[in-house]
Design a protein around this ligand. Structure first.
Ligand code: ZN
Length: 246
């Protein structure tokens, strides 16, 4: 707990007329969902399914080994109930106060939205959106979870496609453009639970022309010094303490 930095961040947020937050995988991990790229997770998955997450979670695998894809997706990605950490509620509170204008995230569980944030860009899509690739009919998350094998479209029997980004796929152009537009407007940029060179930040931070880049991440990285204020703490501990001091 670094009270001096808490005050600095609080002051920057207070003064800012436009703040954008980037929510990284560290925030997802704090909410109870480890990254698929975590070596231990990857090892367990490979033992169980015969393939690594990076092999299974691709469009080629979805197309050719659909049943295994959905086994993995249901068990490993949708298997345990995931609740937004306190950090996401702190972001929603900031937004209510008019001190946060936009959230950008690559997590697919809609955690900012579920905590109450209204203006969110889910760059990689969300698990709640599922569509038949052939006829476009939409399906609920529940439909995917409760299907016993491959969830098939009731109209045309095609496998339903979760509207989330798979490994190797490109982020939708319109989403990228909208995220860039937000960053260009930002006076303060909050980078949370990730590093400045992560997949989430890469290609976006160059567009930031504001005054203060704030980084909160529990692990240290050599690029951290590029930020104006750096806090090496868990986002779920630091952010609520900054937003709602006791
Ligand atoms: Zn269909």
């Amino acid at each position: 707990m670094d009270n001096r930095k808490y005050s600095m961040i609080r002051e920057a947020l207070e003064k800012s007329h436009y703040t954008v937050a980037f929510c990284g995988t560290g925030m997802m991990k704090e909410s109870g969902m480890p990254s698929m790229r975590d070596p231990e997770i990857a090892y367990e998955v490979e033992k169980k399914y015969g393939y690594s997450p990076e092999e299974i979670f691709t469009s080629a695998f979805y197309a050719t080994r659909t049943e295994t894809f959905f086994d993995y997706y249901r068990n490993e990605m949708l298997g345990k109930p995931l609740e937004p950490s306190k950090a996401f509620y702190a972001l929603a509170e900031l937004e209510r106060r008019g001190k946060l204008q936009y959230c950008v995230t690559n997590n697919v569980y809609n955690l900012p939205g579920r905590a109450g944030c209204q203006n969110v860009m889910n760059l990689h899509g969300i698990v709640e959106e599922n569509k038949c690739p052939r006829c476009g009919r939409e399906y609920s998350l529940d439909y995917i979870i409760t299907s016993r094998r491959t969830p098939l479209c009731e109209s045309c029997m095609s496998p339903v496609r979760p509207q989330v980004l798979l490994f190797g796929e490109m982020v939708d152009n319109q989403r990228m453009t909208r995220a860039v537009q937000q960053i260009e407007k930002a006076e303060v940029l909050l980078v949370l639970g990730t590093t400045l060179n992560s997949g989430l930040c890469e290609g976006y931070l160059d567009y930031f022309q504001g005054s203060t880049l704030i980084l909160i991440n529990s692990t240290e990285h050599f690029l951290d010094e590029k930020a104006d204020i750096v806090l090496h703490e868990e986002v779920k501990e630091a952010l609520p303490a900054i937003v709602c001091p006791q």
